[in-house]
Ligand binder design. Sequence first.
Ligand code: ADP
Length: 481
Amino acid sequence: MKLNDPSLLETRGYVNGTWLSKTETFRVTDPANNEQLAQIADLDRSDVVAAIEAACDAQAGWARRTGKDRAGILRKWFNLMVANADDLATIVTAEMGKPWREAHAEILYGAGYIEWFAEEAKRVYGDVIPGHQPDKRLFVLKQPVGVVGAITPWNFPNAMIARKAAPALAVGCTFLVRPAEQTPLSALAMAVLADRAGIPAGVFNVLPSSDPVGHGQELCSNPKVAKVSFTGSTRVGKILMRQCSDMIKKLSLELGGNAPFIVFNDADVDAAVEGAMIAKFRNNGQTCVCANRFLVQSRVYDEFAQKLREKVQRLTPGNGYDQGVTIGPMIDEAAVRKVETHIMDAVDNGAKILEGGRRSELGGTFFTPTVLTGVTSDMLIANEETFGPVAPLFQFETEAEVISLANDSEFGLAAYFYSCDLSRVWRVAEALECGMVGVNTGLISTEVAPFGGVKQSGLGREGSKYGCDDYLNIKYLCVEV
Ligand code: ADP
């Protein structure tokens, strides 16, 4: 890995403003070729306890600063992220595999959250409520919850941390993150820049480790941690929620999805195909808002399938560093096996492989982008998040039928649909059970809008003017005059 600034490649933990070496280390590899990238300090549970102490000690002082002061420091962090975007993207591609252009876009996307919440830091307003009695004055204060413990996934090694750390720090919380074991280098590079930006000791801490379980238990059970924020699978979200229940600990959860992507007969099919490519194949299908089920109305089904196939044939798998590569490897062997299982189950139950459907000749964890037709709702792929480059095409006849199909899921994160009928647009957008809807677009994520789900897709929202709420307590003051 060639970096303009090699000092961004840090392998030690970052706790209380100092770099922590450990004799125990764990290996980080490049999923494109399985080569070792680094050996990382493997922090144990006692390190987590020490980091929580440090974050707790730093919290009151950080919260006492003015919003403008915190905003200035976050702004410096943002500037450093942008100035080092090329190197940060190189690190993301190395440890996670996505094409470098996509990695670069992730860095700017993540930095966007830091910029946004730096601005919001100055605008954490309370309320004055007209009194309910002549001698009463009522006020609402917004106060930081305290120490925040975050656990993040590997699919956006930078942005998933930025999205949590930025609002937490903006409102006066201190923050610890345990990054995914596959992608600690991006988190540690963020810490290098946080340090340079002047974020005070103990305010932002990174705790790499090979074993997430003990860290999760400590963050959920330590009384000094006021809140846990998690992005990852619904399975692990449920474990953390159970662990937090003893202390009624505040929790934000951004979990799995099973996004429907609906194409109506009245859609612009070419636009729908464009949107489908982004919603399905960005990050090799490994995002929680990726389209998981393509529900296509009968009159445009064949046209959509054919045009999607042509686009999919033009995807170029390869090492994310190579020019022209549009699709990287999958993160690991388990991810490939899940994709294979979903395809096999669909084919056994009557689906047809229109394109792909097999491992790539590139070997390793490369998988050929796949389109399946004749998919039905009794198949595994209809009910589980595939998290890979497979587009399964279902056919439907009526609007009522497709709404019922789309909502037939325990998840409710994102949904997409294409239609040129304005009345239908409103009807369907209102009827879909999810937190986010893309109408005639396949790309919805931005720091200025609220990201999050309903049902088993999670709790809370990240980004936008609502994004601070997850890190604030409301305190009501009743004053007798
Ligand atoms: P993914 O499929 O994206 O890897 P996971 O939910 O398995 O989703 O992982 C998301 C994050 O949660 C990762 O950092 C992982 O190490 C961590 N994790 C996995 N199991 C646990 C657990 N029992 N407690 C806390 N964190 C966990």
